[in-house]
Design a protein around this ligand. Structure first.
Ligand code: CP
Length: 345
């Protein structure tokens, strides 16, 4: 799916225009919609170059020296928040982690006012996680020029850095995307991760993205996603190169969508018996947090085919890549504006 900008849907064109500078550099990272294979490959290649930094004794490069990155997490997080913080520090940025529970948000301050105040402190980048789909997009549309917005997960909409660290992990293990059969299993209905993974896999050229779930955990628009759908997990495991398990997102479920967790595990939990139905070198992935005995057996999560902890490690390199690329795009855009203003005088 390597479309020329002119052939994109109106939605993808708008996403592209918001996220890219006039000459095609990243300036915000909100969604994978509208980003082509060249851009996603550039992010993966840049992340590859940062992996070595994490293996040094002194894990620092000066790319964001003097820049201020604000982590704004309106929802709980372990992996994403920690790896964004580590990534920003490895790029030598100053990092502010705003504690939403003790911030003025708890006194009723609006998101817009919180941001205006943080912008007044000369922040250069906001990393935003929010329960409302679209919150990072809204911020990117209204933020002062020169400030980059990075989406760390919004509602059910998107989690683009998670999808990209997953792609980096797949590329490390499989060395290609063409010809791969990849399944995403479980609570696809509520998963921002699944939406971004599907987009990334299709853009990068995976042969098949297979969704395995009960009908109650699939979105109403599943037919428009360009994936194959399988309701029987034992059948769905056939020929898989990669299986990505998802957590049951109980915090987003309205009403009873499952008979019981025990029944879900029996039918859709990844255990050693079901994993044996995939290709022998099939890798097992999970964005975390994992719920052992609900969607995955411990023997599988900790087993030789699992790359779950590599995903976490790769999160730092991907976030370093996205942050450095977005800041570089913002700087180039600002220089272009200054030149234009100089020429107009
Ligand atoms: N995968 C992921 O987003 O995990 P956290 O919620 O811990 O950040």
């Amino acid at each position: 799916m390597d479309q020329a900008p002119g052939s994109l849907s109106a939605h993808d064109r708008a996403s592209r225009n918001l996220q890219l500078t006039g000459d095609g550099q990243l300036r915000h990272f909100i969604t994978l919609d509208g980003l082509d294979r060249v851009m996603l490959t550039d992010i993966l290649d840049t992340a590859d170059s940062f992996i070595e930094v994490g293996e040094r004794t002194i894990k620092k490069v000066p790319l964001l020296r003097g820049r201020t990155v604000v982590n704004l997490f309106f929802e709980s997080s372990t992996r994403t928040r920690s790896t964004f913080e580590l990534a920003a520090k490895r790029l030598s940025a100053d990092v502010l982690n705003l504690d939403i529970n003790t911030s003025a948000t708890s006194k009723g301050e609006s998101l817009s006012d919180t941001l205006l105040n943080l912008e007044a402190m000369a922040s250069d980048m906001f990393v935003v996680r929010h329960s409302q789909s679209g919150a990072p997009h809204f911020i990117a549309e209204s933020v002062t020029p020169g400030v980059a917005i990075i989406n760390a997960g919004d509602g059910r909409h998107a989690h683009p850095t998670q999808a990209m660290l997953d792609m980096l992990t797949i590329r490390q293990n499989k060395h290609r995307f063409e010809g791969l059969k990849v399944a995403v299993v479980g609570d696809i209905l509520h998963s921002r991760v699944a939406r971004s993974q599907i987009r990334a896999l299709q853009t990068l050229g995976a042969e098949e993205v297979r969704l395995i779930a009960p009908g109650t955990l699939l979105p109403a628009d599943v037919d428009s996603l360009g994936c194959t759908v399988e309701y029987d997990m034992r059948k769905g495991m056939a020929d898989l190169d990669v299986v990505i398990m998802l957590r049951l997102q109980k915090e987003r479920m309205e009403g009873a969508l499952l008979p019981s967790e025990r029944e879900f595990y029996r039918l859709y939990g990844l255990d050693t018996e079901k994993l044996a139905l995939a290709k022998p070198d099939c890798i097992v992935m999970h964005p975390g947090p994992i719920n052992r005995g609900v969607e995955i057996e411990s023997a599988v999560a900790d087993g030789p085919q699992s790359v779950i902890l590599s995903q976490v490690t790769n999160g730092i390199a991907i976030r370093m890549a996205v942050m450095s690329m977005a800041m570089s795009g913002q700087v180039a855009e600002r220089a272009g504006r200054s030149r234009q203003q100089g020429g107009e005088q």
